[in-house]
Write a protein of this length. Structure first.
Length: 456
């Protein structure tokens, strides 16, 4: 009985040990499975963390570029504020110019008035006799006056001669007056003789009377000759008087003409002086007006130049700000698209099940984001292309998904070449990753298609 009890008691612990070992084995298997899954998850998480670090580095570079663009925008805003101050100054200058516009209108009115006065003066000059004709008339009158002076000199000489003749004639006329007195005496004697003849005989006195009469006849003949010369002198005197009258008439005419010419010359001189004074004042006013107009033109030209330069600067700043804002907006859009692309790639990569269509979708999104950044770089004329780390990250994600979803490498490689192009795949594919996942056959296929050397 005791032996049976010992056997039963020994059998019980052996059964318990077997159960414990089975449970332990199950637990160990579960722990090993969990450790394997944890290791896989840790590997995937480490890859995700490494990828996130790369993305963060790329984001840091983009944030640096954004900071630089913001600094440029701040500088441009300062320039815009300076330009606004210049515009305010220009508007103040415009207001001053507008205030001076009334002065310019007054100057224009004065200029028009002066032009009217100049036109009137020119009309008066046209209506007034020509100075050349006046000078010709004056020259002709001077010639006639010179001729008349010569005639007057000759007449004066003749008058002097006539005066001398008249003096001699007057002396002779005194003698004739004595002869007349003697004739009167003779007449008285004749009367006395006739009276005496009545009383006495005339024969005794006749020879004396004859002799006295002969003497008287001779004296009368001489006196008649002298009177003939006097009548000849009277004719000459009459001629001289007529010539003197004509000369006096001419002299009066010339004197009248000379007085008229003198008055005309005086009027012409006063008119000339008045015109010269007017023209001088007009020239001074026109010169002052022209100087004011030149100053106004210079000020307006300088204002237009400054306005043009400011407008040009504003356009340049506007274009630069528009470019910078458009570039910044495009870069922001690119960053948003990049974050969306990374999130979609992560979501697709985290799924346990997938096929070749998902790989094609990932490749399409990768090509779209690459083309978007190339377009932004071309439009902004800056090196804003997609970083090579993100390209490598996307291709490595596609390789991992192909490994997870058990897709053939040939199909994966055809999709990559067809969607992304040989150059992008050649630059960004990792040969070591292909070797680890797909083996040497995948590496050989890549080298064959892309023409890579065997050492790589």
């Amino acid at each position: 009985m005791s032996a049976k009890k010992t056997s039963k008691s020994s059998e019980k612990p052996t059964g318990m040990n077997k159960k414990d070992t089975v449970n332990l084995a199950k637990k160990v298997a579960a722990v090993s499975d969990s450790t394997k899954t944890l290791s896989k998850e840790i590997k995937s998480m480490s890859k995700v963390f490494s990828d996130n670090q790369k993305v963060l580095l790329s984001m840091k570079g983009m944030i640096d570029t954004l900071i630089n663009t913001l600094e440029q925008i701040q500088k441009q805003s300062k320039q815009i504020s300076i330009i606004e101050e210049d515009n305010q100054r220009l508007y103040a200058g415009l207001n001053q110019v507008r205030a001076q516009a009334s002065l310019i209108t007054n100057v224009n009115e004065q200029a028009s008035r002066l032009q009217e006065q100049v036109n009137k003066i020119s009309q008066i000059q046209k209506e007034s006799p020509d100075p050349q004709s006046i000078m010709k008339a004056v020259g002709e009158n001077q010639n006639s006056i010179q001729n008349n002076t010569h005639m007057i000199i000759k007449i004066a000489q003749r008058i002097d001669n006539i005066k001398e003749d008249l003096g001699s004639i007057s002396s002779k006329a005194d003698k004739t007056s004595t002869i007349e007195s003697e004739l009167d005496k003779i007449k008285e004697k004749l009367h006395a003789i006739f009276e005496k003849s009545e009383k006495s005989s005339l024969e005794s006195e006749l020879p004396a009377l004859k002799s006295s009469l002969e003497n008287l006849q001779n004296e009368l003949v001489t006196n008649m000759a002298k009177t003939d010369s006097i009548t000849h002198l009277r004719g000459e005197i009459a001629k001289i008087e007529s010539e003197i009258g004509s000369l006096i008439h001419r002299a009066d005419a010339t004197a009248f003409v000379g007085e008229g010419l003198k008055s005309v010359q005086d009027d012409f001189g006063t008119f000339k002086d008045h015109v010269l004074n007017k023209t001088n004042t007009i020239d001074q006013k026109i010169s002052s007006i022209s100087e004011l107009l030149k100053r106004a033109d210079a000020a307006s030209s300088e204002f237009h130049k400054k306005a043009d330069t400011l407008f040009h600067d504003m356009q340049q700043i506007k274009t630069v700000t528009n470019k910078s804002s458009s570039n910044v907006s495009k870069e922001v859009v690119g960053l948003l698209k990049l974050s969306e692309f990374q999130s979609t790639i992560r979501i697709l990569a985290e799924s346990k099940y997938g096929d070749l269509k998902n790989i094609e979708k990932m490749a399409d999104q990768t090509s779209e984001i690459v083309n978007l950044f190339d377009k932004i770089a071309i439009e902004s004329q800056e090196n804003v292309s997609l970083p090579s780390e993100i390209r490598q990250w996307a291709i490595s994600k596609m390789l991992d998904c192909a490994d997870k979803w058990e897709i053939r490498f040939s199909d994966l490689f055809n999709v990559l070449i067809h969607k992304l192009g040989k150059e992008l795949v050649k630059e960004n594919i990792r040969i070591q990753q292909v070797r680890d996942i797909f083996g040497i056959r995948g590496v050989d296929e890549i080298r064959k298609e892309l023409g890579l050397p065997a050492s790589s």
